[in-house]
Design a binder for this molecule. Sequence first.
Ligand code: SF4
Length: 383
Amino acid sequence: MPKANLLDFDLDGLAAFCERLGEKRFRATQLFRWIHQRGASDFGQMTDLAKSLREKLATTACVTPLSVLSQHESADGTIKWLFDVGDGNAVEAVFIPEDDRGTLCVSSQAGCAVGCRFCSTGHQGFSRNLGTGEIVAQLWHAEHFLRAHLKREQRVISNVVMMGMGEPLQNYAALVPALRVMLDDNAYGLSRRRVTVSTSGVVPMIDRLGADCPVALAVSLHAPIDSLRDDLVPLNRKYPIAELIGACKRYLDHAPRDFITFEYCMLDGVNDQPEHARQLVELVRTHGISCKFNLIPFNPFPASGLLRSPAPRVAAFARVLSEAGLVTTVRKTRGDDIDAACGQLAGDVKDRTRAAERMAQRRTIALHPVRQKADPTPTAQEH
Ligand code: SF4
């Protein structure tokens, strides 16, 4: 029988595993702390576990992290890892240090099936869901690498955003136990307010997340009206904006924060006009949703055929929202020198499903023409 990778378990799962070995729950808690709080992967190190348990673990279990294909550190302290998940697939995690927090952006899938026009990952197509252990392993590696690298004994990562490669709510079964590991005081002990799931709008799963494991929610909106959003975020054809906002409102009954964050990627000549900002204000007012807007400077890549909105236009857009009383931020670009945007390194590894060709076809029938000149400067942007 293959050994169980203990990174795959939340505490309840690990307790059930230990029970099968004839061990009590408190042993699972000890083991869980060794793995996640201390970064141990060798059972021989776990000196307060009974020798008999260590021997049983050695034959039935392992703590197997992901292999690191590459690590890039930006001049601004941003670190990006490319992890091997087998069969030529790779996923990325990005650490973004700030004065008052350390945020890790985590991937949930190898590739993505949603196929948003402005997203490098979407252009690579979908390969497979990550397992819980593969999601957790990104945090495990980053946290324990950073503690050693920065010579810190205390926690370095205070925030996790599920905004890397993939649509997390299309990998729900693996996502929820991974979130529970992040939140567990015997593991990383992150606050629910500091763990964010970012979704392109999988409406039924927003409701389930609210019931099962409410954390902060960010929604990739990117357009104020269905005709435009259908083109940018194809999932909108299944779950249009009114349904999505309805799910967001229901989520707020459970959420640890009293607002939803709407992510809005600013695309030159596509969704960045004052009229679009006014339509957003109208949308929010009509539905009475408590929200904040995060405007994201687009990270151009050649296959998208899209350009970043000029900074003055982003500022004018933000002004319309702010003057209407909506809290609006413009995302700082980080890690420009290491391509710290979703899918950019992994895209060099594999184009999985000829998604780029399908995207190019879609562009030719797009309702909203865009200029075709590529700006090579990357910035961070995902969902
Ligand atoms: S933005 Fe998110 S949901 Fe859309 S294609 Fe990219 S990874 Fe998938």
